[in-house]
Design a binder for this molecule. Structure first.
Ligand code: NAP
Length: 485
């Protein structure tokens, strides 16, 4: 249970993120009694609603966005905590209405900015003017923090005029995922991996985050961003840093973030000179996903036929430090892919000498496959002797397969937002991104965007429902490697 009670305030409570993720997560936390009995949830929006109409709206949204049957007692307990406050977030004078409900002097006041980043400044000003910012106030910022280094600095500077860094919780929901957290357990609680996790034993690492869904109605938003900004700058960078970082001293806020930051500092920049060899950018054309015809990105409703926004990126990343010298990390992410799959594949080096030449000319190297979603689990691909008395010693590739659902029962896996909301309430910052991380990550992404702007290399097409452009296969083939399929 969270330590002190808090006033958990959602700005933009009737928006998509709140309905889809925040309110359902609060319901789940209520269901398992992880909310402090005195914690209150305050919803802020600009719609003229009575308290009763607001609660009815929340009840309706919970029904729409939670797939399991709702427990009515849990819903009632959750609604009993909720208060609605009408504020036009652009009007600083209206923030004093919050004082009728929240008490930042006596309770922890959490402000969750579930709104567009253009409103972060006005909300900070409004809260400060209303006297709602105390040293214990916390603020939660949603991604994206800017669209490049300059704009992320602007947002961070604005927030810093009111909040100090130890009050700011920047969300990347991947850090709340059970399987992403398990990377820490796998690496730092198992000696077989802690001693086999560097250039001595690892040949290369692959990180894939493939989305099956196409862009559809999100075209306008997505076209301004592209896959590099939308997925690589945040989610893939977070997975990369967790895989590549040095062991943190402990799991406290700064230890973890300091080690992740060191990885970001060691990323070799990509420039106009090498971008064509290091990065593949693709855009999906018409195709079939699960047997259903899907239009190409340019033909999606509301799409612009001349858009050069990428829906797929594959990158060879080099980390210039002692541990990873000569070990490339290949990242790959795209929309409208063959299936939904997020995984990390650690490819070990082949053995220096083969004594099984009679039956196996080339010994395939071991692989550690960490399935982040779906079907969360860990597999080790290894060679075993085929049982039997036939002449010679026959080897066969087989899997040590740990499926989380089988190993830990069929219990529901907690959602990422549930964990992160709880961490904010408890004042733990380790699973949130610090300012330096966001800005370092943007700096590296900007180098790719700038390189793209200077190159004449066209976007590589791929059919919807495939694993991306052929050039992505060639990216690895050049290094005599291939993607895990
Ligand atoms: P959204 O659906 O547009 O919700 C934003 C809410 O802000 C709307 O309910 C809107 O209310 C309210 N709002 C806008 N201007 C206001 C004002 N002046 N006063 C009071 N309320 C105002 O957006 P969203 O998808 O929830 O996204 C919110 C943030 O989360 C964004 O930064 C987004 O990038 C980020 N995010 C979202 C998702 C997701 O799954 N949706 C995922 C990751 C990150 P009205 O209805 O009155 O316009």
């Amino acid at each position: 249970m969270e330590k002190p009670p808090c006033d958990f305030t959602i700005f933009g409570v009737l928006g998509d993120l709140s309905q889809r993720n925040l309110l359902p997560s609060l319901y789940q936390l209520e269901k398992v009694a992880l909310l402090h009995p005195e914690t209150r949830i305050i919803g802020v929006a600009r719609h003229d609603l009575s308290q009763e109409a607001f609660l009815e709206e929340v009840r309706h949204k919970l029904q729409s966005f939670i797939s399991e049957p709702l427990e009515s007692e849990t819903v009632e307990r959750l609604l009993a905590r909720m208060h609605y406050v009408l504020i036009n977030l652009d009007v600083p004078e209206e923030y004093i209405r919050l004082l009728e409900v929240v008490n930042p002097q006596e309770r922890v006041f959490v402000s969750y900015f579930s709104v567009a980043p253009s409103l972060f400044g006005p909300i900070c000003t409004g809260l400060a003017q209303a006297g709602l910012v105390t040293p214990t106030t916390r603020v939660v910022l949603e991604k994206p923090i800017g669209r490049n280094l300059a704009t992320s600095q602007e947002i961070n500077d604005l927030v810093a005029t009111v909040f100090s860094e130890n009050q700011v919780y920047r969300i990347d929901h991947y850090l709340g995922k059970e399987t992403v957290m398990n990377l820490l357990a796998l690496r730092f609680a198992n000696s077989i991996f802690t001693t086999n996790w560097d250039h001595n034993t690892i040949d290369h690492v692959q990180i894939t985050v493939a989305e099956e869904v196409a862009i559809g109605s999100r075209w306008g938003y997505f076209d301004q961003a592209g896959q590099l900004r939308d997925m690589v700058q945040n989610h893939l960078m977070q997975i990369l840093t967790l895989v590549a970082m040095e062991p943190p001293v402990n799991l406290n806020d700064d230890s973890l973030r300091t080690e992740k930051l060191k990885v970001l500092k060691a990323l070799r920049p990509i420039t106009a000179k090498n971008v064509d060899k290091r990065v593949v950018r693709g855009q999906y054309g018409p195709g079939f996903i699960k047997g259903k015809a899907v239009p190409g990105y340019l033909e999606e409703q509301g799409g612009h036929p001349a858009s050069i926004t990428e829906t797929f990126v594959a990158i060879r990343v080099d980390i210039d430090n002692w541990r990873w010298a000569g070990v490339p990390f290949y990242l790959r992410t795209g929309k409208a892919m063959a299936c939904k799959r997020s995984e990390v594949v650690i490819n070990y080096k082949p053995l220096p000498h083969n004594i099984f030449t009679g039956n196996c000319r080339k010994l395939p190297a071991n692989k550690l496959i960490i399935r982040l979603q779906p079907d969360e689990g860990v597999e080790i691909e290894m060679l075993n002797k085929v049982p039997g008395l036939s002449d010679g010693l026959h080897l066969k590739r087989s899997m040590l397969d740990l499926s989380f659902s089988e190993a830990f029962g069929k219990e529901r896996i907690a959602g990422a937002y549930e964990r992160l909301i709880l961490e904010v309430m408890q004042g733990k910052q380790a699973l949130f991104i610090c300012r330096d991380e966001v800005e370092r990550s943007w700096q590296w992404i900007d180098s790719i965007q700038e390189a793209w702007a200077r190159t004449s290399e066209p976007l590589k097409p791929y059919p919807a429902g495939s694993w991306g452009p052929v050039a992505s296969v060639a990216l690895l083939a050049r290094d005599e490697r291939e993607w895990e399929e």
